[in-house]
Design a protein around this ligand. Structure first.
Ligand SMILES: NC(=O)c1ccc[n+]([C@@H]2O[C@H](COP(=O)([O-])OP(=O)(O)OC[C@H]3O[C@@H](n4cnc5c(N)ncnc54)[C@H](O)[C@@H]3O)[C@@H](O)[C@H]2O)c1
Length: 250
């Protein structure tokens, strides 16, 4: 019976899900609540220790999951970094390289390893956790981060075009401000840039959110799980803001 359940339940991989309070862990939970078997990847704290920037490591880990369960139905590319100064003239080459390596190359590595398994079983769903910074520029955000998230939205649309005929739906969620360790870093950068206290920076950022508060990780995860589900059967190539109205109607 156990074997039957493992074979029949849909299988999802969520990257960057090692931090218990992050969007990745919340997405893993939301997918489990939806009946998925979920396997998490991260540098540490996840089911598999996987550095998404290492194509070989990624291929090996994804192959192992597919072999173990016999199929792979969903991939959530959530691993991401936001590093360095928001001032272009202070941005280092290392910050630029790391940002692009994790946020862009890491995502491509995971897609290249996962898609062949989805093709074998006739389809699947890929959700890329981009950012509102993939749709517009925001103050006090490192330029490399914004560039990387625009790339994620572009990849989402071009991959959706290529793999739509193979029944692989590929979408992006674009969170605005989400209450995680990454938001704390963003608020520190804003405080630095504006020369104000952390409390004032948080109030300033919150004032740009129409709903008046940052999202919780589970509120973003709910959209990730929806996009993986059959309820989203007609949605592909979309980049959906989950930002409490931070877009201001954009
Ligand atoms: N928190 C926000 O306000 C916010 C807003 C928009 C978008 N996002 C995006 O959401 C995603 C999740 O961020 P979060 O807020 O939960 O922060 P987080 O820092 O908790 O999550 C990011 C995870 O990615 C992992 N990671 C980093 N480099 C990796 C690598 N090379 N290989 C594997 N894993 C790696 C980290 O260890 C971490 O667990 C990121 O892609 C981020 O850019 C966050």
């Amino acid at each position: 019976m156990t074997t039957d359940t493992r074979e029949s339940a849909k299988v999802a991989i969520v990257t960057g899900a090692g931090h218990p309070d992050g969007i990745g862990a919340a997405s893993a939970k939301a997918l489990r609540d939806q009946g998925y078997e979920v396997i998490t990847f991260d540098l540490e704290g996840a089911d598999h220790a996987v550095d998404v920037t290492d194509a070989q490591q990624v291929a090996k880990a994804i192959q192992a999951v597919a072999a173990d369960f016999g199929h792979l139905d969903a991939l959530v590319n959530n691993a991401g970094v936001g590093v360095g100064s928001a001032n272009l003239l202070e941005q280092t080459s290392e910050d630029l390289d790391l940002t692009l390596a994790v946020n862009v190359k890491g995502l491509v590595n995971c897609c290249q390893a996962a898609i062949p398994h989805m093709l074998q079983t006739g389809g699947g769903a890929i959700i890329n956790v981009a950012s509102l910074c993939g749709l517009r520029a925001l103050p006090a955000i490192p330029h490399a981060y914004t560039a990387s998230k625009f790339a994620v939205v572009g990849l989402t649309k071009s991959m959706a075009l290529e793999f739509g005929p193979n029944h692989i739906r590929i979408n992006a969620v674009c969170p605005g401000s989400v209450d995680t360790q990454m938001r704390s870093k963003a608020i520190s950068l804003l405080a630095e840039q504006e020369g104000i206290s952390l409390e004032d920076a948080e109030a300033l950022e919150t004032s740009t959110i129409s709903l008046g508060r940052a999202a919780t990780p589970s509120e973003v995860a709910a959209v990730v799980a929806f996009l993986c589900s059959e309820n989203a059967a007609q949605i592909t190539g979309a980049a959906i803001p989950v930002d409490g109205g931070m877009t201001g109607g954009f």
